[in-house]
Structure formats: structure tokens, C-alpha cells
Write a protein that binds this ligand. Structure first.
Ligand code: AMP
Length: 416
């Protein structure tokens, strides 16, 4: 079912959102992006005359009730954002009466789902190595089904709009879908947009396709790099992982970041790119520093000839030009991970050059997807968020999707 075709009038909809928003010491929200992200779906249901049951997790309370992670802290902010007074159920597994009493246009928010270990479905207080673990896991999976069934009993239909947790097979993100037929479960608008964005870079690719992968380590990006290798025309590998590639090829990298156990993997990636005709672009020059600080002494040198005691901190001028060239003219662009230690202003130029080249290419008609933590922070820091096609809200979920993994939260509804 598609949310736009569903008749919510007179129906109760239980909606999984990702309201895992950051709070300060006083319990005030410091960034409400996630709440704003779910509003189109929530408002649509209320405006259509449906009643809303909102459910989410917050933080990692590990299956225990904890004031610190209570969603009661954000209920006023959600009421303000939605424009209706949202009621609160302080036990998410005992909210049937409150849900039943909801009238059209009314909303109820459930307490943090992760106060129940059933939400994640993992045994608590028992280590994986313990011989009793498998038995405990089996029992917890059965309890997870019961928990999901209870949540499902509150509503006529289920909407999943929590892309941030779509890569988890939890009670509220996937298991609950088993208790609704295909005509009564659907993705929310945010999820639809995210799924579309991933399709744009994995399936409906307009060529040339340039992927830019940066960040600190190659080890955390291997799955993605390998999956993209079959799809991209240009692959820019930048950031800290540059030096693992340089060392693997016999270069001198001084005190730069390096994963010595990934040297063979780096050579394999280079060989695969060659065999597949992918234009793999590495930053051949770097801004190097004599310490890991913004006010360090710096100089520019070849990325494979860094003196002892110096470390590669950012892309050099030649690299920036090479990266921009690979991005310019692309019709599909994916960017994950900064090209340098962008948090320090003196080492942000490489990431800025990438962000600007992506903005220019987007203006010229390219589809650009930015995702995964730090590149989102970069694009915001450079004030270019409005000049790219889409910024993903899901870190881990986006990366798993790009690795080619099926997301349980999406599969539970679309059956893939
Ligand atoms: P990741 O979480 O793997 O995407 O990595 C993001 C982090 O990589 C950011 O905090 C950057 O500061 C860091 N990073 C990027 N380039 C370098 C570099 N050359 N040396 C050390 N850290 C880097």
C-alpha cells in the first residue's frame, strides 16, 4: 500500500518514527531535524481524519526503564510541531485503552519502545558466550512477537517512517508488519524518499556515476566500495583511507592514519577497479601537518612521500582539482565521508572542494545523494545543503542499503 492512496479517515494508524533526538542536560531538544522529518506523514494522517499512535525509541536504555531516555521529555515539542496536543502513554505495552479512546484527529505517543527488551529482541544480562544464550534468544524472539502483536492491536494500519532504524529487525520496525495485511501497512513519506534516493544511486543510475568515499578508515567502507565497484564510472577514495592505499603501493606515509591489516585489501580494490574499467581517483598530494591540531605547521607534499613525523590531514590542491574533475559532468553522485579532518578549519579545504563540485554538478542537472554522518555535517558546515538533491537522514541504514543489503524495515512492508 502507498500512503497517498490510503483512506485514514476514521482509522487508527500506528506510526514508527525515529524521534531519537539529541537532548541537553536539561532534557531540551538540541536538534529537531528528526521530528521535522516525520511531520509530513504524521500531519497527513491527522488531516485525513485518522487517529495517530506515535512510537519511537530514544537512546540505548538496554531494555530497562530509564528517566534519562523517557520520550515524555519531547512530547510538548511534538505537540507544538504537529499543532495538536499529543497524549502520552507511559507504558508502551499497556496503552490499549488510551489508543481505543482516540478520536479522529487526536494523537497519542507511546513511551520509549526500548524500555522493553522485546523491542530489540536480544537477551539482556546474559553474555553471548554463555551456554544459556541461544535458549534465552529463542525465548526473547517469542516474546518479541507477542510485544509486536500488542503494539499492532492498538491500530488498524501500520506506517513505518523510521529510516534511521530500517536496518534493524526490531518489534516496531519489522516484526509488527506481520500483524497487518498488505493493504494496511505502508512506508511513510520520509521512508519513501530515502528508498527512492537509494534506488537512484543503485538502480536508476544516470551516467556517468561518480561515488566519493572518504572518512577515516577503509575497513568500515569496504562493503560499500565493493558493491559500488560494479556500478560506478568514477570512484574517488579520499580522507584518511588514502594513506592505506599509498602504503600498500610502497609509498612513504609518515605518521598518517593507516590500517596495516588492510594493505592487501587496498591492492585488491585497485586491481578490481582496473579490471572493471572504473576510474579510481586517489588524492596524489596532501596537506600534511606535524601534529593532529588545527594550529599545526603544515606543508603540501606528495601523498606517497610524507616524511617521518608528518601526517596527511587533507587533500592537496592537485587532489582537489582531480576530485572536482571526477565530479564535474557526472549525472549521478554519491558522497559519503570527508576528504580530510574537516572539523579543523585548516583541514577542511578538500571536503569543501568536493561539496562545491557536487553543488555545481547538481546545478547542471546531476542527481546528488549525500549521506552517512560526517558528509552531512560537511555539507551543512559549508552552507550547501540546499544545493544538493538529497541528504539522507539515516547513517547506518543508508550505508547498509548502499552495501546492497536488504533493510528489514523496508522488506517487512515491500516484501523484498
Ligand atoms: P568516518 O566516520 O570513517 O566516515 O570518518 C570521519 C572522520 O574521518 C572525520 O572525523 C574526519 O576528521 C576523519 N578524517 C578524514 N580524513 C582524515 C585524515 N587524513 N586523517 C585522520 N582522520 C581523517
Amino acid at each position: 500500500m502507498c500512503i497517498d492512496n490510503y483512506q485514514f479517515a476514521g482509522k487508527k494508524a500506528i506510526v514508527r518514527v525515529d524521534f531519537n533526538v539529541p537532548l541537553n542536560e536539561q532534557g531540551q531538544i538540541t536538534d529537531d531535524t528528526r521530528i521535522r522529518g516525520a511531520l509530513p506523514t504524521l500531519k497527513k494522517i491527522l488531516n485525513d481524519g485518522g487517529s495517530l499512535i506515535i512510537m519511537s525509541h530514544m537512546g540505548k536504555p538496554k531494555g530497562k526503564v530509564s528517566k534519562k531516555y523517557s520520550l515524555s521529555q519531547i512530547v510538548d515539542a511534538v505537540s507544538m510541531a504537529l499543532g495538536v496536543k499529543v497524549q502520552f502513554a507511559d507504558d508502551c505495552a499497556k496503552a490499549k485503552a488510551q489508543a481505543d479512546a482516540l478520536r479522529p484527529g487526536e494523537a497519542l505517543m507511546l513511551e520509549n519502545l526500548r524500555f522493553y527488551p522485546e523491542e530489540e529482541g536480544k537477551p539482556v544480562d546474559i553474555e553471548k558466550e554463555d551456554p544459556r544464550y541461544d535458549e534465552a534468544k529463542k525465548e526473547m524472539k517469542a516474546r518479541q512477537k507477542e510485544f509486536a502483536k500488542t503494539l499492532a492491536s492498538y491500530a488498524d494500519c501500520y506506517v513505518n517512517d523510521a529510516f534511521g532504524t530500517a536496518h534493524r529487525k526490531h518489534a516496531s520496525t519489522a516484526v509488527i508488519a506481520d500483524y497487518f495485511d498488505d493493504n494496511n501497512k505502508m512506508l511513510g513519506y520520509l521512508m519513501e524518499k530515502e528508498v527512492q534516493a537509494v534506488d537512484n544511486v543503485l538502480k536508476n543510475i544516470r551516467r556517468p556515476f561518480t561515488a566519493v568515499m572518504g572518512g577515516s578508515k577503509v575497513s568500515t567502507k569496504i562493503g560499500i566500495i565493493l558493491n559500488l565497484m560494479d556500478k560506478v564510472d568514477n570512484l574517488v577514495l579520499c580522507g584518511g583511507m588514502t594513506y592505506t592505499f599509498m602504503k600498500a603501493q610502497g609509498g612513504k606515509i609518515g605518521a598518517s592514519l593507516c590500517e596495516d591489516d588492510k594493505l592487501d585489501m587496498a591492492l585488491d580494490i585497485l586491481a578490481q577497479a582496473k579490471a572493471k574499467g572504473v576510474n579510481l581517483v586517489l588524492g596524489m598530494d596532501s596537506i600534511v601537518a606535524d601534529k593532529f591540531q588545527n594550529d599545526a605547521n603544515t606543508k603540501i607534499c606528495a601523498s606517497d612521500a610524507i616524511e617521518d613525523g608528518w601526517m596527511g590531514m587533507d587533500a592537496g590542491p592537485q587532489s582537489r582539482q582531480d576530485f572536482a574533475k571526477a565530479i564535474e559532468g557526472a549525472k549521478t553522485i554519491l558522497w559519503n565521508g570527508p576528504a580530510g579532518v574537516f572539523e579543523m578549519p585548516n583541514f577542511a579545504a578538500g571536503s569543501r572542494a568536493i561539496a562545491e563540485a557536487i553543488a555545481d554538478a547538481t546545478k547542471a542537472g546531476a542527481y546528488s545523494l549525500i549521506g552517512g554522518g560526517d558528509s552531512v555535517a560537511c555539507i551543512n558546515q559549508f552552507g550547501l545543503a540546499e544545493q544538493v538533491s538529497y541528504i539522507s537522514t539515516g547513517g547506518g541504514a543508508l550505508l547498509e542499503a548502499i552495501e546492497g543489503k536488504v533493510l528489514p524495515g523496508v522488506a517487512a512492508i515491500k516484501g523484498e
